[in-house]
Write a protein that binds this ligand. Structure first.
Ligand SMILES: Cc1ncc(COP(=O)(O)O)c(C=O)c1O
Length: 345
């Protein structure tokens, strides 16, 4: 049962900490993390670094802060950062790359989160004159939020990496949901993360921790990242209370995401035959279901859906997003299918 008794498909950010997390939080050994004294944070950061195959990791309050620090340190002020046009960093992070890193975004169009390689290549500025900023960084997003939780294949990532290496560019992954990607590809998450210089992933989305994200990279990079985190107001004191939940998020919750993917498929299959909507079953690769409505606006539809006890999010006038997660079970999916069918019959 989700928020106020609703079956809540708005986002995987609505997940609440599990019983095991709550107990671990209560019992967590803590210290002042700004002074480097919190053993639970240290344990989380070591575990996170090892999990994604990097030398070091930093616990940050949010994904936005993790990405902001990565860009601040991975890019160079007055240069361009290449990213996909619909990505989270460019669209939903309060223009932080401009504010804090002093860089220009160079957004590139795609149909599925994968910027065409020739477009990446074409947009890298190497011939510099006084009035042309160079390129310093490329960011990818996996899974891709806007493109319905789409997964970037490893082969694609490797091709982007080759371009980044050729031009000496920093490659960063907004991996807010990177465990959904590795689950969908049925590979160890390192097979994805090893191609990046830095990775941000969220503990507080499908992994159910109440707060927090991880930024991982080289020892030297993370040492500098600690300073930037502090400058952004992200130095936290007895934060082992939160890190304790983060440890369970990585050790346990990252291994159950297939259930969410199966339920998302079930939801999509349960409504795909309806005439008044379109859902592309092939695009349901992880825990998102994007529905394109016909003859009813998203807002009208969501009002009706709410009356049936189901919540989802509008993505545009005609586009609605459903997300499955740990607080959605088979009954919630059945309830949502029944409600959608009733409204659009
Ligand atoms: C792909 C992606 N990156 C980054 C973030 C930012 O995370 P936070 O909300 O913790 O700042 C989100 C949040 O929804 C996201 O979906």
């Amino acid at each position: 049962m989700g928020y106020k008794g609703f079956s809540d498909f708005r986002s995987d950010t609505v997940t609440r900490p599990t019983e095991e997390m709550r107990k671990a939080m209560y019992q967590a050994e803590v210290g002042d993390d700004v002074l480097g004294d919190d053993p639970t944070v240290q344990k989380l950061e070591e575990l996170a670094a090892e999990t994604v195959g990097k030398e070091a990791a930093l616990f940050v309050p949010s994904g936005t802060m993790g990405n902001t620090i990565a860009i601040k340190l991975g890019s160079k002020e007055g240069t361009e950062v290449i990213l996909e046009e619909k990505c989270h960093i460019y669209n939903f992070e309060a223009a932080n790359m401009a504010r804090y890193a002093g860089v220009m975004p160079r957004p590139i169009k795609s149909e599925n989160g994968q910027m065409p390689l020739e477009e990446i290549d074409r947009n890298i500025k190497t011939v510099l004159r006084e009035h042309i900023p160079g390129t310093s960084m490329i960011c990818l997003e996996n899974t891709h939020n806007y493109w319905g939780g789409a997964v970037l294949p490893v082969e694609y990532i490797m091709q982007v990496k080759a371009i980044a290496m050729e031009h000496n560019l920093h490659l960063h992954l907004d991996g807010a949901r990177v465990f959904n990607a590795s689950t969908a590809l049925n590979i160890d998450v390192k097979e994805i993360t090893k191609h990046f210089d830095t990775i941000m992933f969220c503990l507080s989305k499908g992994l159910c921790a109440p707060v927090g994200s991880i930024l991982a990279g080289s020892k030297e990079f993370i040492k500098k990242a600690r300073f930037v985190r502090k400058s952004l107001g992200g130095g936290m004191r007895q934060v082992g209370i939160l890190a304790a939940a983060g440890i369970i998020a990585i050790e346990k919750m990252s291994k159950r995401l297939e259930q969410d993917h199966i339920r998302a498929k079930k939801l999509a299959e349960g409504i795909a035959d309806l005439k008044k909507l379109k859902v592309d079953l092939n695009s349901v690769q992880t825990n998102f279901v994007m529905v394109e409505l016909e003859g009813i606006s998203s807002f009208e539809f969501l009002d009706e859906l709410k009356k049936e006890g189901v919540l989802a999010l509008p993505f545009s006038e005609t586009r609605v997003r459903f997300v499955t997660h740990n607080d959605i079970d088979d009954r919630d999916v059945e309830k949502a299918v029944k409600a959608i069918r009733k409204i659009l019959k």
